[in-house]
Design a protein around this ligand. Structure first.
Ligand SMILES: NC(=O)C1=CN([C@@H]2O[C@H](COP(=O)(O)OP(=O)(O)OC[C@H]3O[C@@H](n4cnc5c(N)ncnc54)[C@H](OP(=O)(O)O)[C@@H]3O)[C@@H](O)[C@H]2O)C=CC1
Ligand SMILES: CC(C)CCC[C@@H](C)[C@H]1CC=C2C3=C(CC[C@@]21C)[C@@]1(C)CC[C@H](O)C(C)(C)[C@@H]1CC3
Length: 353
């Protein structure tokens, strides 16, 4: 968004160089992870065990399968029997026009079109939840079924990972409307980052724990499994509680479930919650999500670093995302946001960060 003086807003992700590096590094990282997870050593930081030839990598049948999957999801997305929810309005009821800054690599990575649509088909909204997230749990299920074929029955660890991540995806679909208030929909364009993130990164790297367990079975006793289930439950409770509280408040501040919460008025007319989950830290939803990310890795044991890749990546993503959101909220709310930061000094982890 251009500032009042017309100067260009600061470039994120390290500008064109950062964007170009990420567009090379991310597919390479995903490729490395998928090779290493199948190898015996499964060393995250080691070189990939082998580099498959092009005849292995290129499969017209797989391409057709993937396009069929995308087409099926698109057809289901277009079914007439669906609820239509309004997106977030901007302050003056209009939509800001982002100046094209003549920077192709950066624009290609971040995207500049906020709401890419063909008729009523919203590409960003469609990609955000459906093909990638549902594909993720399908890959998990395929791993579970293949382990049953290989070893007679799925391991307890595989059941836990499948169950936790099915809960996460099911929750996302159940609360589909909440996606409309996420940063991706309200602020980010639909470029390489979200297209690759939604359609490749989520299904193939988020299913890493299930893939790891298929190739590296891990023993898991009931007492430890119970503790891991408790950790996931705590994470989900915080994640869901915080997201629902904020989304309810944003939809209707007078809703009895949030009406008694303390708030800070802002010059925009919108208020900031300063008690409840959002009085604990400034991103309680991220805290819950990270606790769940830990619970997804623990069933894979501690013999390998690879299953903890998601936790490491996700921590970096949310720390970076939180910083981006802070800048946006500072621009939106000015002094009110400074007051919020004074009263709620921690970002994600109480008394730590
Ligand atoms: N699994 C994954 O890969 C990922 C999961 N996520 C999850 O997605 C969820 C959404 O995260 P994200 O999209 O980053 O955005 P958030 O849901 O955290 O929303 C941030 C926005 O909420 C509003 N807000 C912030 N503080 C307050 C407050 N005190 N009172 C009222 N409103 C407030 C502001 O918008 P405004 O005031 O304009 O309404 C702010 O821009 C999170 O749970 C996160 O964990 C996110 C990224 C990746
Ligand atoms: C490829 C790069 C490393 C970065 C890509 C990041 C994307 C994979 C994520 C950015 C925000 C996301 C959200 C979810 C999935 C991952 C991406 C697309 C989300 C749909 C997961 C389910 C949650 O319930 C949610 C709150 C709906 C999430 C919204 C943000």
């Amino acid at each position: 968004m251009a500032s009042p003086q017309g100067s260009r807003a600061p470039l994120e992700f390290g500008g064109p160089l950062g964007a170009a590096a990420l567009m090379l590094l991310l597919p390479a990282t995903m490729f490395h992870l998928l090779l290493v997870v199948r190898s015996g050593p499964a060393r995250l930081l080691g070189p990939p065990p082998y580099l498959p030839g092009l005849q292995v990598l290129w499969s017209p049948r797989m391409l057709l399968l993937w396009l069929t999957w995308l087409g099926l999801q698109a057809a289901l997305y277009l079914l007439p029997a669906r609820k239509v929810a309004e997106g977030q309005e901007l302050k003056d009821k209009s939509r800001l026009l982002y100046p094209i800054n003549g920077n192709p690599i950066y624009d290609f990575f971040l995207g500049r079109e906020l709401n890419p649509r063909v008729w009523s088909f919203d590409f960003k909204y469609f990609c955000e939840l459906r093909p990638g997230l549902i594909g993720w749990v399908l890959i998990n299920l395929a791993m579970l079924m293949q382990e049953a074929e290989l070893r007679g029955s799925p391991s307890l660890a595989m059941w836990l990972v499948n169950g936790f991540q099915l809960l996460y995806v099911g929750d996302a679909l159940w609360h589909e409307e909440a996606v409309l208030t996420t940063m991706d929909i309200t602020h980010d364009g639909f470029g390489f980052m979200l297209a690759f993130g939604d359609l490749a990164w989520v299904p193939f790297t988020y299913s890493l724990q299930a893939q790891f367990l298929l190739h590296h079975p891990q023993p898991l006793g009931l007492p430890v499994a119970s503790v891991i289930c408790l950790i996931n439950a705590v994470g989900y409770y915080i994640f869901r509680g915080a997201n629902s509280q904020k989304n309810t408040f944003r939809k209707n501040p007078s809703d009895p479930r949030v009406a008694d919460l303390e708030t800070i008025p802002t010059a925009t007319g919108r208020q900031l919650l300063v008690s409840g989950w959002w009085g604990m830290v400034r991103h309680p939803n991220y805290l819950g999500d990270l606790i769940m990310a830990l619970a997804w890795s623990l069933p894979c044991g501690v013999s390998h670093l690879l299953p903890y890749f998601y936790l490491l990546y996700f921590t970096a993503l949310l720390v970076h995302r939180e910083a981006r959101d802070e800048q946006q909220c500072l621009q939106k709310y000015g002094l009110a946001w400074h007051e919020y930061c004074r009263r709620v000094p921690y970002r994600i982890l109480p008394y730590i960060y």
